[in-house]
Design a protein around this ligand. Structure first.
Ligand SMILES: NC(=O)c1ccc[n+]([C@@H]2O[C@H](COP(=O)([O-])OP(=O)(O)OC[C@H]3O[C@@H](n4cnc5c(N)ncnc54)[C@H](OP(=O)(O)O)[C@@H]3O)[C@@H](O)[C@H]2O)c1
Length: 307
């Protein structure tokens, strides 16, 4: 389905949804009754549509695979339309779900606004995964300013805009979930990652506060904080020719495990979700009296790929 058709479909859905708006209580009952019924994968959400940004690769693609297997319809967002379409075709054929694509550059204000409008109009949206992101190499003054600002646009501005667009409808329907993909870097401000870590720290603080504000609405919010994850992140942009061997092998996690832990934790009351026992131990230690040496060690690891 093309972006134009997808938009039309969402608007049609919104019209149908509008007729049902007066029945918000009924929707809330349906929501409560259908919790946990999504293919029995421990995902406490009713069936509906999941919108995933950055779905053309890595963690976002893995969210699409696991959510399709659990019976969710999907809207896949990223710049590489052909990859999205191939994934949508594969998952709709394999799982009998409806998968749409929405090509967009989330560093582009107009693209983000258009997607936000579609989210606000969608009457079947149950899950928003703000996952799109990228890294830069080099210290703050070495990275081109426009790349730094694009990172803030993609990680922060797009996420905030899409949360603002999606949440009111979820509240009106009696529930939903938002996953903002942050990073372990949020806990370790490090040379070579000044802007990256800061954008992810923003996502953690924002998600915690938003979760508190939405507590009574049935809408849950999670900030997912993965450590090193085997995706295309370290193959694209500034990271081309990056040697993964610089990072101790036990620290790499497969995207499959990261996503499974995220979905399993949804609705369990935790906002900040750190996948992997090793990483949970590192974060706990960083918050203990041993915090300073741990942070220094993390900075040393992080510093290995400074330019
Ligand atoms: N891999 C790790 O070690 C790691 C660790 C902690 C957190 N994370 C976070 O996990 C998230 C996903 O990263 P990943 O590891 O899965 O990396 P990845 O394999 O490189 O995937 C990144 C995704 O983001 C999309 N994207 C990037 N810039 C975009 C833009 N301007 N507009 C729209 N989409 C854009 C890419 O799609 P297109 O290029 O097709 O647009 C791609 O689908 C990111 O937020 C990242 O910060 C990753």
């Amino acid at each position: 389905m093309t972006k134009r058709k997808t938009k039309a479909g969402w608007v049609r859905g919104a019209l149908v949804g509008g007729l049902a708006a007066a029945g918000a209580a009924v929707a809330a009952q349906r929501w409560a009754a259908s919790r946990g019924s999504a293919a029995g994968r421990g995902i406490s959400l009713p069936r509906g549509r999941a919108v995933i940004t950055g779905a053309s690769a890595g963690i976002g693609e893995e969210f699409a695979r696991q959510l399709a297997a659990a019976g969710f319809d999907l809207t896949l967002v990223a710049r590489r339309a052909e990859r999205l379409q191939a994934l949508a075709d594969e998952l709709s054929a394999a799982h009998g779900i409806r998968a749409d694509v929405w090509p967009a550059d989330l560093a582009d204000e107009a693209d983000v606004a258009a997607l936000g409008q579609a989210l606000a109009a969608a009457d079947d949206l149950v899950l928003l995964v703000n996952n799109a992101g990228f890294g830069t190499r080099g210290e703050f003054i070495e990275v081109e300013l426009e790349r730094t600002l694009d990172m803030i646009r993609v990680h922060v501005l797009a996420t905030v805009t899409l949360c603002r667009a999606a949440a009111p409808g979820m509240i009106a329907r009696g529930g939903g979930a938002i996953i903002n993909v942050s990073s372990i870097a949020a806990f370790f401000p490090s040379a070579g990652g000044a802007n990256y870590g800061a954008t992810k720290a923003y996502l953690n603080a924002f998600s915690e506060a938003l979760a508190a504000e939405l507590q009574a609405t049935g809408v849950v919010v999670q900030a997912l904080c993965p450590g090193f994850t085997t995706t295309e992140f370290h193959d694209v942009g500034d990271y081309q020719n990056f040697d993964r061997g610089q990072i101790p092998a036990p620290l790499w996690m497969p995207a499959r495990e990261v996503v499974a832990e995220s979905l399993a934790a949804l609705g369990g009351g935790r906002v900040i979700v750190v996948p992997g026992a090793k990483y949970r131990a590192i974060v706990a230690a960083a918050n203990s009296p041993l915090g300073n040496p741990i942070r220094q060690a993390a900075r040393a690891v992080r510093g290995r790929w400074r330019k």
